[in-house]
Design a protein around this ligand. Sequence first.
Ligand SMILES: NC(=O)c1ccc[n+]([C@@H]2O[C@H](COP(=O)([O-])OP(=O)(O)OC[C@H]3O[C@@H](n4cnc5c(N)ncnc54)[C@H](O)[C@@H]3O)[C@@H](O)[C@H]2O)c1
Length: 341
Amino acid sequence: MFKTGIIGLGTVSKTHRNALAQVENTALVAACDVKPEKGKTLPEGVHFYLDYEDMLENEDLDAVHICLPHYLHYEAALACAKHGVNVLCEKPSTMNSKQLAMMKKLEQDYDFKLAICLQNRFNPTFLKLQESIQSGIYGKLLGIKAVAIWSRTQSYYDEAPWRGLMAQAGGGCMINQAIHTLDQMQLLGGTIQSVKGQICNLSDMNIEVEDTAAAHITFENGVEGTFFGTITYTKNSSIELQAVCEKGIFTIKDYSLWYADKEEENEKTLLIKDRRLPGSKTYYGSSHVELIRDFYNRLDGKEGSWVTISEEGQVILLIEAIRRSSQEGRTLLWKEAVQHE
Ligand SMILES: NC(=O)c1ccc[n+]([C@@H]2O[C@H](COP(=O)([O-])OP(=O)(O)OC[C@H]3O[C@@H](n4cnc5c(N)ncnc54)[C@H](O)[C@@H]3O)[C@@H](O)[C@H]2O)c1
């Protein structure tokens, strides 16, 4: 039984608590938040702390889930590393390439394991899409379309002001909402060659971070990617991820994967659907349970996979490249984006 703690008892922590309850070899023994009232939401027997240093000092934890605002991830991961406590950190573990290098160094300097919560990599629809493309049966991959159109209103930023601040969130719709979609895009496409992006604010919300972003991404193998993300819609509509291969078209939409022959685009076949995770928002993606189960199985020396900081680093660099391309008004070569790596 792994003794587990959570740091940060805000919105996403509920998803972690629900998922942990379904992962048999874990027990939530402690949790921490700076707001005392959050302690009242915990089940009896779970120790509550206001300071995570106290929690790490007093509890003999095997792993901690970091569910904090972005700008606090590194300091909390450092504290866990110093105590030799393994970490599952919510995305984005870092806000930019500078912090990414610092986070990577933690892994070298301390004896602990660090995994990142990019749960949509574990969605059955995405795994089936990856497998189909890699099979080669459908010919070469030619293009990827990724569309993430969600809704965030001023109240979302007012209830947790860090979300709208550049220094505390590291960005808006890209790093906070569409990170999973951009991550899936770069996983499908492979090594990036160039990035041209535009970010802007289409709404009049009082936030520093972008609410809208678009990008054209080319990959070394000739694949082209088109991305659009915004949080200015009235609804969290389902993510659309489309992969066009020489012989067929795969589309993830409405939490389902569809296949269409190149010649018969309107004749779609349903290949697989994603699960629902009760107690979690559907549009988050349903795979926190799978990701968390794999994390603990792997800690246990059993079969399981996790997303490493280096793997997550690719999407952090991609987001930074889109921002920089937009600011400089030019196409950015990938070698420029990774030059400080
Ligand atoms: N994987 C996903 O699909 C998904 C979905 C939503 C959010 N997230 C991520 O989860 C993280 C948290 O987001 P959220 O929306 O739940 O944030 P939130 O603002 O709702 O919650 C953060 C919590 O941390 C607490 N906190 C702040 N400073 C603290 C400190 N020093 N020590 C202990 N607690 C402290 C706050 O009081 C708050 O309760 C972010 O990284 C976000 O991007 C991931």
